[in-house]
Design a protein around this ligand. Sequence first.
Ligand code: GTB
Length: 213
Amino acid sequence: MTVTITAFERSPDGGKGLARDTRVRWALEEVGQPYEVRLVSFRAMKEPAHLALHPFGQIPTYEDGDLALFETGSIVLHIAGRHTSLLPNDAKARARAITWMFAAINTVEPPILELATAKLLEADKPWSHERLPLVEDRVRDRLNQLSVRLGDADWLDCAFSAGDLMMVSVLLRLKSSGLLDEYPNVAAYVARGEARPAYKRAFAAQLAVNTRP
Ligand code: GTB
């Protein structure tokens, strides 16, 4: 069976790789799993055929035979669980890698999403100017904590894992903010993720979709 994922027909970011299909593409590339992509428009995402796959009418989804998944965390965990390259065999190391996946999505990503919302959707509000520094400081708190834990290690828990894949994916959204540069070891960590051949293939694939004529 061929694995099929869904992605934006045209991502609002124009191919910067920030839509969440990039995380799934990256995981599939890391494990060497070929995949197909079904592109969906914003309208199609809210229609019954797509809602049957994704109850919230979003991308990405993942289909393999009669298995259909949504939520990137679950999809990446599923992919990682079927191959050895993204999750260690040792039970404790595996549990720690999964913990970092959850930390990326549940603890580090929320303030980053809040910052994106503040900048993109609330910039015209009268209180926006006053609020933005508070939101930025919440992101800094997490980056500082992550920076302390990472220290001078290459990855969060010895070898690269699905935990790093999710954490780097989450942090990539901060690149344009300049906040990452305040934490050189975290910025270098993100750069190491981006330098992985599998990430480069995933990025190139989504870029090709989003820059086609
Ligand atoms: N929790 C879900 C998951 O992790 O899979 C969240 C999925 C999600 O937010 N999907 C977004 C979506 O389908 C695309 S990734 N949105 C359409 C809708 O809700 O109607 C979020 C995203 C979108 C665009 C950019 N961008 O342009 O920079 C970045 C991230």
